[in-house]
Design a protein around this ligand. Structure first.
Ligand SMILES: NC(=O)c1ccc[n+]([C@@H]2O[C@H](COP(=O)([O-])OP(=O)(O)OC[C@H]3O[C@@H](n4cnc5c(N)ncnc54)[C@H](O)[C@@H]3O)[C@@H](O)[C@H]2O)c1
Length: 266
């Protein structure tokens, strides 16, 4: 079983005394963001459907009172309300929210076979989930003059065939980002990150963890020379959550090793 990279501690600790809520924070990109916040001196409340994964994070991180886990289904409003209340009860304030939880598989099959149920499941988790978490965290975020970061995808901008539900959910997230930035400002800033190919095999719960199965050509096709990692997303999330980005809101940032700027004719 591969080891998930450990928390990298930043000297400047830009997130010191800040509390960040991260949906889907127990595995994959969300875990990478959680570790980046912890490494920058902050505290995290991770919410995830997968309870085993949440408990594994707390056990492996060993950061004491700076990390908490509460079961969360972002698609259910009652669950979101309980999660936000649990964070407030535990930490007393909320300075950041990362809407990361999502059904990450973009392929749903041909449009003429796409069921309304599948469409609603994608939209319910990937888009409505971000709305619900933002809605319930907003009063506390406003008090703290905090920030929201939405994790969308480069698929908000470009597509492969048979990915309508996923692409629509991520495009909706980009629009939700600028809409909320205008409504919630100046108290709360809202930005989005659009990851490209991020390899998450080593960032799953221990029993599901694997060595990434990547070929040389997978790395080589990226202008940056490699496939991305959750740490790449975590680094930008910390910037967007912190005071250094106080003049940045309503924006979306592509983090894809340059894949979307490549012209393709073949
Ligand atoms: N990995 C990539 O290449 C990539 C690229 C672009 C965007 N993204 C986006 O990043 C986010 C995370 O993706 P990932 O690759 O880390 O996925 P992942 O499957 O590795 O992790 C997702 C986590 O979210 C949790 N989750 C799923 N549904 C949930 C729900 N309803 N409520 C609460 N938690 C829930 C899962 O249990 C899991 O722990 C997603 O929004 C995905 O669309 C990923």
């Amino acid at each position: 079983m591969p080891k998930t990279p450990a928390i990298t501690v930043h000297d400047a600790l830009p997130m010191r005394d800040r509390v960040v809520l991260i949906t889907g924070g127990a595995q994959g990109v969300g875990r990478g963001i959680a570790q980046a916040v912890l490494g920058a001196g902050g505290s995290v409340m991770i919410g995830d459907l997968d309870v085993d994964a949440g408990h594994a994070c707390l056990q492996e991180w060993q950061v004491g009172h700076r990390a908490a886990f509460h079961k969360l289904d972002v698609a259910r409003e009652a669950s979101v309300r309980r999660w936000v209340d649990a964070a407030l009860a535990r930490f007393g304030h909320i300075d950041g929210l990362v809407n990361n939880a999502g059904i990450a598989n973009p392929h749903q099959g041909p449009l003429h076979e796409l069921s309304l149920e599948t469409w609603n499941r994608y939209l319910g988790t990937n888009l409505t989930g971000a709305f619900l978490c933002s809605k319930h965290a907003l009063p506390s975020l406003a008090t703290a003059r905090g920030a929201i970061v939405n994790i969308a995808s480069t698929r908000a901008l470009q597509s492969e065939p048979d990915t309508e539900a996923y692409a629509a959910s991520k495009g909706g997230l980009v629009a939700l980002t600028h809409a909320m930035a205008v409504s919630a400002g100046p108290a709360v800033r809202v930005n989005a990150i659009l990851p490209g190919w991020i390899t998450t095999d080593a960032w799953q719960k221990p029993q599901a963890r694997q060595h990434p199965k990547l070929h040389r050509r997978d790395h080589a096709q990226h202008p940056a020379g490699r496939v991305g990692s959750p740490e790449d997303i975590g680094a930008l999330a910390v910037y967007l959550l912190g005071q250094q980005s106080s003049f940045v809101t309503g924006q979306h940032f592509v983090v894809d090793g340059g894949m979307t700027i490549k012209m393709q004719y073949v």
